[in-house]
Design a protein around this ligand. Structure first.
Ligand code: DLL
Length: 437
């Protein structure tokens, strides 16, 4: 592997003891800051009988209760801010389908810290000031666009704030401005590639080298699809508004697990049912505590994202712990006839099958009080010209593959190319029609 040097090597390649010591120091400061500046947190810390100054071990944090998205909503819009509003210079909000959005705030110092986290992620795989960064995330209350924009500017790169949408223009800019870095959701990246190929563009001639793709779950099979259509290395970038936005973790050149920026974020994985902390390697819900934020710190924030911590050395040389690619959210997990199914498990199977297009939709319905699960998936143009008989056989073959991977019967319905809706931001993979009757 190419050795390129890390930006903050002193901490990102430090011993585990050193990293833990920095985390403990920062945790104490964060707890004091919350205690002194917000009555919600003061009450919590008092009730837990915790003296932030006397914390001995990171695990003492387990004495504090979790913070949930509902609690953030109950304190809408600014109730959990820990600095005066006059110190806050930016807000973002996470989209909620129901109820109040969660509003997150940043002081000037927070914005610098956020940018520095993203710069570290980009620099450490090879992005430099000579690069041309196309930011195709939405700009607005979503953290994707502005987060990467400011970071790439601060790194000194040429940044194109093209935002999401207008796919032909994305491709024209990519070619004419010679973009070398693409920042986007994975599903929209695939759509851009598809439109490019359809218009006869030779995508291998583009200058793209690196993609930082995130904002939604995606699988290794999807990475394979993207990298084989666009000649770039596609890195999984993860984050959430409540914790900072993108920049919580990202893959390195090894592309096997996402290094968490541990000097800024302390991570636990818990059993979502019991709340018990799980050891590395055990799958559960990610819980984050911010260690350096000022305006909107979070303490033991339950993400509902499912992953596990990887307890192994990374050959890239970084010692920051890695989290596995998040496989989905506890609230997106489908329970079908008693079996837990994540959309990403279905994706992993169908993206490996030749002659299927990487576009699918999982449709859940109810018949006689029984849940039924079906997956619609597009076939490639040449297959669709074949006889219906062959398509039926093909459906059966896919159903069998899904059955042996997941353990339940999922009906497969093959669709004509270009019939499943594409997204410009986060893809919608599940259509739950159970409430329609
Ligand atoms: O999606 C922040 C972000 C923007 C991350 C751009 C990466 C790139 P929210 O809108 O608050 O923030 O949504 C956060 O999106 O809890 C996950 O469920 C999901 N998510 C984000 N990145 C990934 C990823 C941004 N790489 C929610 N893999 C999170 C799986 C992801 N899920």
């Amino acid at each position: 592997m190419k050795k390129i040097g890390f930006l903050d090597a002193e901490i990102s390649t430090a011993s585990r003891d050193k990293i833990a010591a920095v985390q403990l120091e920062n945790l104490k400061k964060t707890l004091w800051h919350c205690y002194n500046n917000n009555s919600f947190y003061k009450k919590r810390i008092d009730e837990a009988g915790l003296n932030p100054g006397k914390l001995k071990d990171l695990r003492d944090i387990e004495k504090l209760p979790f913070t949930s998205k509902d609690e953030l909503r109950e304190n809408y819009p600014f109730g959990l801010f820990c600095t005066p509003l006059s110190e806050v210079i930016r807000v973002h909000a996470s989209s909620g389908t129901t109820g109040n959005p969660t509003v997150v705030g940043y002081t000037r110092e927070d914005l610098e810290m956020w940018a520095d986290n993203l710069i570290r992620i980009m620099y450490d795989v090879g992005v430099r000031k000579e690069d041309v960064v196309q930011v195709s995330h939405g700009f607005g209350l979503f953290t994707g666009g502005f987060g990467f924009q400011y970071a790439a500017e601060k790194l000194g790169a040429l940044v194109i704030p093209v935002s999401a949408g207008n796919t032909e223009r994305q491709l024209k800019i990519m070619a004419d401005f010679k973009s070398t870095v693409l920042v986007c959701t994975p599903s929209y990246t695939l759509h851009i590639a598809e439109v490019g190929a359809k218009t006869g563009m030779d995508l291998s001639k583009l200058n793209l080298k690196y993609g930082f793709l995130g904002g939604e779950p995606w699988t290794k099979s999807m990475r394979f699809e993207i990298e084989s259509r666009i000649n770039m290395k596609a890195f999984n970038s993860y984050g959430l508004s409540e914790v900072i936005g993108p920049g919580v973790s990202c893959e390195c050149l090894v592309q096997n697990g996402l290094h968490i920026n541990e000097d800024h974020f302390f991570t636990e994985v818990i059993d979502p049912d019991t709340g018990k902390t799980l050891p590395a390697g055990s799958k559960g819900e990610l819980v984050f505590t911010s260690l350096t934020k000022k305006a909107f710190p979070v303490i033991r924030y339950r993400t509902k994202d499912v992953s596990y911590l990887m307890d192994e050395k990374c050959s890239c040389g970084k010692t920051f712990v890695k989290m596995a690619i998040p496989m989905g959210r506890t609230d997106d997990m489908l329970i079908i006839r008693g079996v837990n199914v994540f959309p990403s498990q279905i994706e992993e199977v169908i993206f490996k099958i030749k002659d299927l297009e990487p576009h699918y939709l999982i449709v859940i319905t109810q018949e006689n009080y029984m849940d039924k699960i079906e997956v619609w998936v597009e076939v490639s143009e040449n297959i669709f010209q074949e006889k219906i008989m062959i398509l039926e056989d093909f459906e059966k073959l896919i159903e069998n593959k899904l059955y042996s991977a997941i353990g339940i019967r999922i009906k497969v319905s093959l669709k004509e190319p270009q019939t499943i809706a594409r997204s410009e931001g986060k893809a919608k993979r599940v259509w739950d029609r159970r409430q329609e009757n």
